[in-house]
Design a protein around this ligand. Sequence first.
Ligand code: PGA
Length: 251
Amino acid sequence: MRRPLVAGNWKMHGTRASVAELTKGLRQQAVPAGVDVAVFPVLLHVADVLDGVSGGVVMVGAQNCAVEPEQGALTGEVAATQLRDAGCKLVLVGHSERRSLLQESDEVVVRKFAAAQSAGLIPVLCVGETLAQREAGETLAVVGRQLASVIESLGVDVFRQAVVAYEPVWAIGTGLTASPEQAQQVHAAIRAQLAAASADVADGVRILYGGSVKAANAAELFGMPDIDGGLVGGASLNADEFGAICRAAGN
Ligand code: PGA
């Protein structure tokens, strides 16, 4: 049985004051014992959030890390080892906003994935197709290629200590959600691709769905056999809404 994970991607949102409020609200949420919960604040707020959630069950992750795992001369970047030292447990790699707006290539994503793992962080590998790609019938090919770049460079076993997040780009922040069946089809394909290399890796890896997840649609998404939780953007900025999503993952 895979343990569900609900991850809140706070993106570039918040001030110290609003983040303190959100963190306080998060602590007040009843989270089912069988569910893992993580939040990903902007780096500047990571230490405050770690303080705010200390003693609780919520893990803290970063939204990005440098391609180099160790500290060094790389102005403006943060190394995975530094994230780990600060108390982060996970890191997002390959989020579509970074792939598209910051031109992160599969090769860069692979390096960040490797850097994260070498520092003892769990990478959350984000994959997903654009609307044009979906309409052209390329969804499985695009997602398959993004996943293959990691498998081919690093081997399938790296997914023993990683999470995959399927996030159709057209569903991110748009209010459009993939239907549970659409999402399940892609999740099943991701798992099958991993299974072709290792059945037990495929069986153990958590595959999250992301893209306009909210309390109202979480239960039916999480009810699909290959959906093991969610990567939640907008709705994770409201503690009660996020708490409700976490509870939906426990049912
Ligand atoms: P959204 O974002 O829930 O606001 O659609 C999801 C994400 O980008 O991780």
